[in-house]
Write a protein that binds this ligand. Structure first.
Ligand code: 4NP
Length: 162
């Protein structure tokens, strides 16, 4: 069995692509490429087809993490059937995804839908702050790196690999 993870943010150029790239890197390091698939999408359509934001690319370059071929896309109704985990970078993204689910008539989504910060309850913050507005990409990287480690543990347990 495979686990499929979709990270969702607003523009799909800053936070969710960072999470996608970091998660893929961690999955590769764990030798689980063939068991876990990762993607990302946005709820807004301003940057469709664009590569990750230069702030995200800079952080990924510094950590030698590939973002090759990644391009912004919109969340689609079919994602609710494809993915097992839909991880929303903030609570607004979660609300928007739930609304889409409702409109799609697929309230019985196969996916577990939750926020990224639920993976890091000790941090005491609800949202991964949007660096598109505040420019704090290094802080987002820290959160993403820690949260992806927690998500990997959770997925490994669900796949009965750990
Ligand atoms: P993201 O950040 O949701 O982390 O990709 C944003 C990117 C673009 C915009 C907003 C947030 N925008 O308004 O274009």
């Amino acid at each position: 069995m495979k686990a499929r993870i979709l990270f969702v943010c607003l523009g799909n150029i800053c936070r969710s692509p960072m999470a996608e790239a970091v998660m893929r890197h961690q999955v590769e390091q764990a030798g689980l490429n063939d068991r876990i698939e990762i993607d990302s999408a946005g709820t807004g359509d301003w940057h469709l087809g664009h590569p990750p934001h230069e702030g995200t690319r800079k952080l990924l370059d510094e950590h030698q993490i590939s973002y090759q071929g990644m391009k912004a896309r919109l969340v689609a109704e079919s994602d609710f059937e494809t993915f097992d985990y839909i991880v929303c970078m903030d609570t607004k993204n979660l609300r928007d995804v739930r609304e889409l689910l409702k409109n799609a008539g697929t309230l019985e989504s196969r996916a577990k839908v939750f926020t990224f910060m639920e993976l890091l309850p000790d941090k005491g913050i609800a949202d991964v702050p949007d660096p598109y507005y505040d420019g704090n990409f290094p802080f987002v990287y820290e959160l993403v790196n820690s949260g992806c480690r927690e998500l990997l543990k959770r997925v490994q347990a669900d796949l009965k690999l750990a």
